[in-house]
Ligand binder design. Structure first.
Ligand code: PLP
Length: 390
């Protein structure tokens, strides 16, 4: 069958593909250690699951309003008040089927064919295809491990053209784990404002920030300039709820209304039961966060300790999320001349799943997730070191 061009061009998500292959090999009985996961290995907290069960028992199983339950929209607005002292109304929030869907809707709603979207690279695998699906052009701004994979104002200025419409910022970052400081965020925000570039801040990992400065957000800038900033977040990483598929967007009420029209003509509302679970998540405290954050930080330190001892590997300290992104290219050789072939060999011959940096736009690196038990992390890194004779 002839597939429409826009989908025929679309590549499958590299992270999901590696995971699927690792699971397939495990199912066939191979001993696979996976460091390719993009989700917390903690269970969804019990009170959240209980709220979902109650919703089912109460028959809360029908359509909800398209932009989400009013009380959940208010609770998501409350998240920004609680953590960032930002005042937003329920009408500034739309609830969608995960942060990924929030971003998809946002790009479809804001971007026109020919618009340029600035993307600090390496970046999350889904930004470029989602931007392209909206007919716009991703403009990659390369960053270096020496600069902790962060862009400078000079980089931004060099990439600016009359067509530049948007900048996507992701801090803490998937895949690098790098975090912009408050001062750096403010400088980028001021640059966006001065140049009429809308800044989309993907803050899905905001609670998982380990530097003494702690989590930072662009939502205070949104409050002052609601037409210049959009914030995307969700419950997936903060509450270990990846499968529940609830994301939310904080934006100007007019943009939220436009996104709701698109959501209404495509997916209607997010799952009613998941919305009740998300409501419990956002209104019944964050006590689980300390435990999860501490565990990730310890594993980050463990992974960094081991990887920093590998010769000829460059690895800036990640300050957030649960990824580490070492530059391994000095160990590429023979048939293993790039990140994709090295990752394939690591999976098939060493039994370790990691994601090639090429999937994120940097072929020198591998993305290693430390959202696994420390013993698995240690064992998997030992396998990589043995395989590469480090
Ligand atoms: C940078 C980034 N943004 C957004 C998402 C989407 O999260 P979800 O759709 O699970 O809410 C992810 C998930 O891995 C991510 O890594």
């Amino acid at each position: 069958m002839d597939i429409a061009e826009r989908v025929a061009r679309l590549k499958p998500s590299a992270t999901l593909s590696i995971n699927a292959r690792a699971l397939e090999l495990s199912a066939r009985g191979k001993d696979i250690l996976s460091l390719s996961v993009g989700e917390p290995d903690f269970p969804t907290p019990e009170h959240i699951c209980a709220a979902a069960k109650e919703a089912i028992d109460a028959g809360f199983t029908r359509y909800t309003p398209v932009p989400g339950l009013p009380e959940l929209r208010a609770a998501a607005a409350g998240y920004f008040r609680h953590f960032y002292s930002v005042h937003a109304a329920a009408e500034n929030i739309i609830i969608s089927n995960g942060g990924k869907h929030s971003l998809y809707l946002l790009f479809q709603t804001l971007l026109n064919p020919g618009d340029h979207v600035l993307l600090p690279s390496p970046c999350w695998v889904s930004y470029p295809p989602m931007v392209e699906l909206a007919g716009a052009k991703p403009v990659m701004i390369p960053t270096l491990p020496e600069n902790c994979f962060k862009i400078s104002l000079l980089d931004l200025q060099h990439s600016l053209t009359p067509k530049t419409r948007m900048l996507i910022l992701n801090s803490p970052s998937n895949p690098t784990g790098s975090c912009y400081t408050r001062a750096e965020l403010d400088a980028v925000a001021a640059w966006g404002l001065a140049n009429s570039v809308i800044i989309v801040s993907d803050e899905i990992y905001d609670r998982l920030a380990y530097s003494p400065e702690g989590p930072q957000s662009l939502s205070p800038w949104w409050e002052k300039h609601p037409e210049n900033f959009v914030i995307v977040n969700g419950v997936a990483k903060t509450f270990a709820m990846t499968g529940w598929r609830i994301g939310y967007t904080l934006a100007d009420a007019g943009l939220i209304a436009a996104m709701s029209r698109l959501q209404g003509q495509s997916t209607s509302n997010a799952s009613s039961v998941s919305q009740k679970a998300a409501l419990a998540a956002l209104t019944q405290g964050y006590s689980h966060l300390g435990i999860m954050c501490r565990a990730f930080r310890e594993r980050r330190d463990l992974a960094l300790d081991i990887i920093s001892s590998w010769p000829d590997v460059l690895c800036p300290q990640p300050e957030g999320a649960f990824y580490i992104f070492p530059d391994m290219h000095r160990h590429y050789r023979g048939a293993l001349a790039d990140s994709t072939s090295l990752c394939a060999a690591l999976l098939d011959e060493a039994g370790v799943a990691v994601v090639p940096g090429a999937a994120f736009g940097d072929d020198h690196c591998l993305r290693i997730s430390y959202a696994v038990a420390p013993a698995v992390l240690e064992q998997a890194l030992a396998r990589i070191a043995r395989f590469l004779r480090l």
